[in-house]
Design a protein around this ligand. Structure first.
Ligand code: NAD
Length: 489
């Protein structure tokens, strides 16, 4: 049984209810998960509140940062446990979890410890009307108890992306992992205890959204801020839930990210980038590409090479060295993606590769498998080219001029990420600065420096996190003005 982690202890939910954690590779049961009741969420928030005024609140900045480094070191030491838990919950290739998800989980603690250790404080000197000097300086205080609501696609990575800066800034957290992927958030509790993070600083409550732990947490009167990663619709529900209490929210939401390939691009670079951005993690990356705009002279070459790359992806068990492509997260999500595949055909699309469920061996038939898929023949304003699918698929659409490519790339309610492939440095700059997105990659994709701003515009989110930008959300800024009684500058 995967348990809630409240006030430094693993606890079964008070209602006695549990739900199934299913392995998407074959549909088998991994574990039962204890669902947190409203009382359990109350207990977690209470523990987090008390910890603020306990030993955690009295730690010096350097001590807090040292503890976060210890968390990261312990995560590294237990990397195999984290990899096994993440792979079981998501079905993603072991190589991906061990290169991306788990090391990034530990890095999120180190990076934000470094940020808070090194960030300078704003100060202004001025004079009062009587000519005496005054000094204004800014102090950063923790916001308090932060609710962290997480998705299932990169469970540990995205959860620690919030917990790392929240704790570095001196807050305490109550985490609600996705019901699909509860394991690594629960495991992190052991790490917190092992390295001596005071009890109540990190809490985990399991459950669903509506009428369950997600809603109980985000509606809770005694939380001070909510940081959420997930679907745009869920973000709207959480904003409504938090509106009464005027809670600050940080929202990292959905996307329908474009890639734009100009005829002057290095095609090897473009195909390598697209292969990752369309298919990595079975297309379940918020930054992933689902619209590929290609300049007409190279359209056919891009379509054929991307389809060839899709053909080279081999679905199979995460630990199978011959496999490099996992299932979708669940049978439910598989049905959603297959629904879009049907819609693509109805809208006039042709699958150059894929478009269905791969033929898997008998023991994997119960898994949520899907074929990596490349569509052509879809109009830019078709639903498949406009709505977030969150699967390993893209619509390839031709353009003639730069202006046309820009118009199509920006013609969306989302604004998370875009990638641009060109060898023309002026065009790269001109085009990137006109894209209405939070993140642009040129001749690459998902190359992250955690000090940079991360977030989306439009329906893709509110706020930016990363580096010092995270401080804007996880701290309250107070200005102190001291008037001196003597003369001076
Ligand atoms: P989701 O919105 O369905 O669920 C996310 C979390 O919210 C889960 O823990 C869920 O239990 C909880 N939840 C659901 N309804 C709730 C409610 N009413 N109140 C409180 N909590 C509630 O998202 P998902 O399916 O887990 O993740 C996929 C989505 O996440 C995609 O849309 C993807 O683009 C987005 N995403 C965005 C980013 C980003 O950084 N912008 C990163 C990863 C994923």
């Amino acid at each position: 049984m995967i348990l809630n982690f409240i006030d430094g202890q693993y606890r079964e939910g008070s209602s006695g209810r549990s739900f199934d954690d299913i392995n998407p590779v074959d549909g088998s049961l991994i574990a039962k998960v204890s669902e947190a009741s409203r009382e359990d969420v109350d207990a977690a928030v209470r523990a987090a509140r008390q910890a603020l005024s306990g030993p955690w609140g009295s730690l010096k900045l350097a001590q807090r940062c040292d503890l976060l480094y210890a968390v990261a070191a312990e995560m590294d030491r237990r990397a195999e446990d984290f990899i096994a838990a993440e792979v079981a919950d998501t079905g993603k290739p072991r190589s991906l979890a061990s290169h991306l998800d788990i090391p990034r989980g530990a890095a999120n603690f180190r990076v934000f410890a470094d940020v808070v250790r090194n960030v300078p404080t704003e100060a202004f000197t001025s004079h009062a009307p009587d000519g005496k000097p005054a000094l204004n300086y800014a102090l950063r205080r923790p916001k308090g108890v932060v609710a962290v609501v997480c998705p299932w696609n990169l469970p540990l990575l995205l959860m620690t992306w919030k917990v790392g800066p929240a704790l570095a800034c001196g807050n305490t957290v109550v985490v609600k992992p996705s019901e699909e992927t509860p394991a690594t958030a629960a495991l992190l509790g052991e790490v917190m205890n092992q390295v001596g993070v005071p009890k109540g600083v990190y809490n985990v409550v399991h459950g669903f959204g509506p009428s369950s732990a997600g809603e109980y947490l985000t509606e809770h009167a005694d939380i001070d801020a909510i940081t959420f990663t997930g679907e745009t619709r869920t973000g709207a529900a959480i904003m409504r839930a938090s509106a009464g209490g005027i809670k600050p929210v940080s929202m990292e939401l959905g996307g329908k990210n474009p890639a734009v390939v100009f005829a002057d691009a290095d095609l090897d670079v473009a195909i390598a980038g697209l292969t990752r951005s369309v298919f990595e993690n079975t297309g379940q990356v918020c930054l992933g590409t689902e619209r590929v705009y290609v300049q007409r002279p190279i359209l056919e070459a891009v379509v054929q090479r991307l389809a060839a790359a899709a053909r080279r992806l081999k679905p199979g068990r995460p630990e199978d060295p011959g496999a490099n492509f996992g299932p979708l997260i669940s049978a439910e999500h598989q049905q959603k993606v297959l629904g879009y595949f049907k819609l693509a055909r109805d809208e006039g699309g042709t699958a150059v590769h894929g478009g269905g469920v791969p033929d898997m061996p008998a023991e994997l038939k119960g898994g949520a498998w899907i074929e990596p898929t490349v569509w052509t023949g879809l109009a830019h304003d078709s639903r498949v080219a406009r709505e977030e699918i969150f699967g390993p698929c893209c619509a390839v659409i031709a353009f003639d001029s730069e202006a046309e490519a820009l118009q199509m790339a920006n013609d969306t309610r989302y604004g998370l990420a875009a990638s641009v492939y060109t060898r023309d440095i002026d065009r790269a700059h001109r085009f990137s600065s006109a894209l209405k997105v939070g993140i642009v990659w040129v001749n690459t994709w998902f190359l992250r420096d955690l000090r940079t701003a991360f977030g989306g515009s439009g329906s893709s989110g509110i706020g930016r996190e990363g580096g010092v930008h995270s401080l804007e959300f996880y701290t309250e800024l107070s200005n102190v003005c001291i008037k001196f009684s003597g003369a001076g500058q």
